[in-house]
Design a protein around this ligand. Structure first.
Ligand SMILES: [Zn+2]
Length: 253
């Protein structure tokens, strides 16, 4: 598969694939308003290559109307009936949801701008904190285990608060645990644990979002005015210089 870029008649810039048809798959096109040196350009190439791998890995082909979970986003494919991409009406266009932090029937809109904005936030957090290792993107419907001290309501106020990624995403579980730092509270007691969808956690604690794809063994300490990052296997943490503590703008994406 090759990925090309061109401007359609209305001057919008599109990325489109060539070569999926040899796999029996309709070609894809998606709005790509970024220049080649923008991080989102590379993230878009990753996205298209991920979809190609998915197509190669199993016998089904993507059809119009089908949805696809990618990182935090639900994408949808639709026919380009009016050929707005300029690559032919047989092409499938990629859409994303209008809001990535809402629950109910959220309408789809053309492109993947929000999706890549979120991925960029995660990517930058990993870069500046020098995170290496196996990045694992959880889905909003994955569960986090929480101590009984934490609820989607108290999570906004309770500090210090710790989050640790104990294991790989497994079934419905993201691998994240979130609890208080009160030593008298036994987080190993199953009666003291609950599970909550990551979507609820992130809505209560948007500052967690940049870190949620970080590898197993990553731990975070949320204090009033800073986030301390502990990389896998490291006893010593360090303050994330650009942590966003009041990351409510995230929720508008
Ligand atoms: Zn606790």
């Amino acid at each position: 598969m090759h990925i090309y870029f061109h401007n359609a008649e209305d001057q919008q810039r599109w990325a489109y694939t060539e070569g999926l048809n040899v796999l029996g798959q309709r070609e894809l096109a998606v709005l790509a308003p970024w220049s080649n040196d923008d991080l989102r350009h590379r993230l878009l190439l990753n996205l298209l290559e991920f979809i190609e791998c998915y197509i190669q890995s199993q016998p089904k082909r993507i059809l119009p109307g089908q949805t696809f979970q990618y990182d935090w986003s639900l994408l949808r494919f639709v026919s380009d009936e009016d050929n707005i991409s300029g690559t032919g009406s047989d092409t499938l266009l990629i859409e994303e949801q209008e809001s990535l932090f809402a629950f109910d029937d959220v309408p789809f809109v053309p492109g993947v701008a929000r999706t890549l904005e979120l991925m960029q936030i995660q990517h930058k957090a990993m870069q500046r904190n020098r995170v290496t290792g196996n990045v694992q993107y959880p889905f909003p419907a994955h569960f986090a285990l929480i101590g009984s001290c934490v609820t989607p309501e108290t999570i906004q106020q309770l500090r210090p608060l710790m989050a640790e990624r104990y294991h790989e995403p497994e079934g419905q579980f993201s691998g994240w645990f979130i609890g208080c730092c009160d030593k008298s509270h036994d987080h190993d007691n199953p009666d003291e644990l609950g599970k909550v969808h990551l979507m609820h956690i992130v809505k209560g604690l948007p500052a967690l979002f940049p870190y949620i794809a970080m590898p197993i063994g990553t731990a975070l300490l949320f204090e009033e005015d800073k986030v301390v990052v502990f990389l896998p296997g490291k006893e010593q943490g360090f303050v994330d210089s650009e942590a966003h503590l009041n990351y409510s703008t995230l929720l508008s994406l």
